[in-house]
Write a protein of this length. Structure first.
Length: 392
């Protein structure tokens, strides 16, 4: 056995002993700013519930909920200290999620959602499930090179599972731990996997976007043919390469089109997608290149640094257009390579949106050229879907 293996084995013997020791009664609940921000971003309904003691008591006292929570607690206790079993026990069954969703719909004082609290509660609990399955149980997602946990050393996986288990049981102020440990367990899994991308650039109306947002308040939108040019992400595909070959092509296309003066803004969209867990947010690098290489003014560029799929490129660009105050009855123009442009125009892309988002982020219009097509954003894009926890 190697020295590292011995150290890890010692760690887990100690871990098992510590895990059996309850936290002291005087242990206080402290605020964790990172987990708190992640919770608010991914699970807005459950987070609001945790911050409202009266609503939380009402939910826990609703018909059938006490028994449901007892079953979940017993299921986890039956696992002993087996971390995989304990992770599996936190998965919300369809029946459990339905009970919580129906109870949450009746509670006063919680945020409203466009399709109701019940639908949002189901989305958020399924979001918990997606995180636990992907980052805890190692389930391969539909796009493993983008969304998956990747190849992890077994000892590292064990360490992540154990740390997430401990974190979910360690008091955190303003958390949903009093309802169920599963929500904080999912948040901890993202944290210990260094996948907290979803809060890396908040608020999006500030930072690199502040100047463009301020300028948007002065724009006469109707003087322009398009509200914005949307430059979709496409990489990078190469480790340690900030912009992919196709990404550089996208920027040349976008800079040339912007120079024609038909749109007041460029929205560059792309998160930390390729290769998996790259340190580069594509939108940031695209903005830098537009300014440094093409002389585009900083107040004409907005970054959308979260999207990791073409579906969410358009959804998140629509959200930025809404935040800017752009009229939703005015077309934007998507600028990208011919292959991606054709894919966006296809019937298959409509199905992808429905399967992955549950709605269409906007209406795809006609292609003006092999690299340009019209896009009319939809207000439905404002909906938060925590089932995709890295590019909400």
């Amino acid at each position: 056995m190697t020295g590292r293996a011995v150290r890890m084995a010692t760690l887990f013997v100690t871990a098992a002993t510590v895990a059996l020791t309850p936290a002291p009664a005087c242990a206080g609940a402290v605020r964790d700013s990172v987990t708190e921000s992640l919770s608010q971003r991914l699970f807005p309904l459950l987070d609001a519930l945790a911050r409202d003691p009266a609503a939380l008591r009402a939910l826990k006292g609703s018909v059938g909920i006490p028994a449901l929570l007892e079953v979940r607690q017993a299921r986890r206790a039956d696992c002993g200290q087996d971390p995989l079993c304990r992770a599996q026990a936190l998965i919300w069954t369809a029946v459990e999620a339905d009970h919580i969703a129906r109870a949450a719909a009746t509670l006063p004082g919680l945020p409203a959602f466009d399709d109701g609290r019940s639908a949002q509660a189901r989305r958020e609990l399924e979001g918990v499930n997606v995180v636990v399955r992907t980052y805890g149980l190692g389930q391969v997602p539909p796009y493993p090179q983008i969304d998956g946990a990747g190849m992890i050393d077994p000892q590292e996986r064990q360490a992540r599972l154990q740390a997430a288990d401990w974190l979910s049981a360690t008091p955190r102020a303003q958390s949903a731990q009093a309802l169920d440990p599963g929500i904080d367990y999912a948040l901890a899994l993202l944290d210990v996997s260094d996948r907290i991308d979803a809060i890396g650039f908040e608020p999006l109306t500030g930072g690199a976007n502040a100047a463009a947002m301020a300028r948007a308040r002065t724009i006469d939108w109707r003087r322009h043919r398009y509200s914005a040019l949307i430059v979709t992400g496409v990489g990078p595909e190469v480790v340690d390469m900030a912009l992919s070959p196709f990404g550089k092509y996208h920027l040349r296309l976008a800079a040339s089109r912007f120079a024609q003066g038909e749109a007041p803004f460029l929205i560059v969209t792309g998160g930390r997608a390729h290769p998996r867990a790259t340190r580069f947010a594509e939108a940031e690098r695209m903005r830098d290149a537009l300014i440094e290489r093409y002389g585009v003014p900083a107040d004409a560029i907005l970054i959308e640094p979260y999207a990791r799929h073409t579906t969410t490129n358009l959804r998140n660009a629509s959200r930025l257009l809404m935040a800017m105050g752009a009229p939703l009855d005015q077309d934007a123009l998507i600028v990208c390579n011919p292959g991606q442009s054709a894919a966006i125009e296809s019937v298959q892309f409509v199905k992808r949106n429905q399967d992955e988002l549950g709605y269409q982020p906007g209406q795809i219009g006609r292609r003006l050229s092999p690299t340009e097509l019209l896009f009319r954003p939809s207000r439905a894009s404002a909906r938060i879907d925590p089932r995709d926890p890295l590019d909400p």
